[in-house]
Each structure stands twice: as C-alpha cells, then as structure tokens.
Ligand binder design. Structure first.
Ligand SMILES: Cc1cc2nc3c(=O)[nH]c(=O)nc-3n(C[C@H](O)[C@H](O)[C@H](O)COP(=O)(O)O)c2cc1C
Length: 188
C-alpha cells in the first residue's frame, strides 16, 4: 500500500518544459528548508543553496555556460555551446544551485540528498523540477565563476547540481517509468 510520501516519490518526474509562472516566495522557502533538512556527511551541512529567480541573470548564466562549452574538445558539448536555442535549464523560472566545499569526498553525496529533497518537496507542492548538471562541468570556467560569485555561490565551493523549478505547460505527458530489472537483491 502507498502512503502519501511513497505516492509523491513515485509521481516525481523530470520536467523539461516550463510555463512562465514563477514559484512563490513561500513555496521557494518551503523547498529550500526541505533541502536543508537532508542528511549530510557528519552532519556538517557545508552546502549552500543559491536560488535564482531573475530571468536575465539566468539567461546570462546559460550564455556563460555555452561560452565554456563552445571551447570543449567533445563535439557534442561544443555543439550545445554553439547552438542558438540551447538552454540548459529549459527556461525554468527558478534555478537552485547546490554547491559544497570539495574538501570532503562525500560533498557530491550531500548535494544529491539535498537535491532529491528539493525535487520531492516541489512535487508535493505541485511544482515540477529537473536536475540540471551543466554547472558541474563549468563552475570553474572563469566567466561562469565570475557570475556565480555575483549570484552568491561561495568562492571555495564547487557546484554539484542544480534544480530547475516551475510549472508544467498544459498537455505535458511523461513516459511511463519502467524500472530496470535486476537492481535489487534481498538477503534474508
Ligand atoms: C546526477 C544526475 C544528473 C542529471 N542531469 C540532467 C541534466 O543535466 N539535464 C536533464 O535534463 N536531466 C538530468 N537528469 C535527469 C535524468 O535524466 C532523469 O532523472 C532520468 O532520465 C529519469 O527520469 P525521471 O527523473 O523522470 O524519473 C539528471 C539526473 C541525475 C540523477
């Protein structure tokens, strides 16, 4: 039997198209508080959550990520950097940048726990979300870093992931989720 928490976990899906409707201040506070309640290695909570809701700054961030991609050796990444239409955050109205000090080997795990709390809290409020990974590869590019610092990401942090947040346009259909077989072993 599914309780509300399990139903919410199973109903969460990555959303890759957003309406222009902004996430309210109260909902954003709730989501960020849920993030901060996630487990962290030794309870150190060295992470930082930088939420950006200003459309021009988000567009600028995308441009700087594209500039970094444009010089990549990987043709697929380079193609994204040179594309006029590429938007790594799918024009979501809110992006939460999740960063951490890289000095503990579990820094990325702390951030992943916080991100999952963000996705589930958002889902429980009727807000769609998607993990956005492009700052993981580009946060130390000088142009990207300059803007991240302006936005409030601590200078000694690396970005381990971001959450795009917003509302689904009418008619969005999610493919049925098929669970891969053979990923669970139970020893009794
Ligand atoms: C570590 C990680 C990185 C991801 N990066 C991206 C990304 O950059 N862009 C994107 O559209 N989805 C990204 N995703 C979302 C996955 O593609 C998605 O979770 C997966 O396809 C399963 O779909 P679901 O989230 O709807 O269950 C990422 C997910 C994880 C866990």
């Amino acid at each position: 039997m599914d309780n509300d928490v399990l139903k919410n976990i199973k109903a969460r899906r990555s959303l890759r198209a957003y309406t222009g409707q902004q996430v309210s201040a109260a909902d954003l506070d709730t989501i960020l508080e849920a993030a901060a309640y996630a487990p962290s290695g030794m309870g150190l909570q060295t992470w930082h959550f930088t939420a950006v809701q200003e459309p021009q700054l988000l567009a600028q961030l995308n441009e700087r990520i594209k500039q970094a991609f444009a010089t990549s050796d990987d043709p697929h990444v380079r193609e994204r950097g040179l594309s006029d239409s590429y938007c790594c955050y799918y024009h979501a109205p809110t992006l939460v940048i999740v960063s951490n000090v890289p000095t503990q080997w579990w820094a990325a795990m702390d951030c992943a726990c916080a991100l999952q709390n963000i996705f589930l809290a958002a889902r429980s409020l009727g807000i769609g979300s998607c993990w956005i990974n492009q700052l993981g590869q580009t946060c130390d590019d000088p142009g990207v870093r300059q803007l991240l610092t302006r936005l409030g990401v601590p200078a000694d942090h690396k970005v381990y992931g971001c959450a795009a947040l917003g509302y689904a346009p009418d008619g969005v259909v999610f493919k049925d989720k098929k669970l891969k077989e053979g990923t669970i072993t139970i020893v009794r």
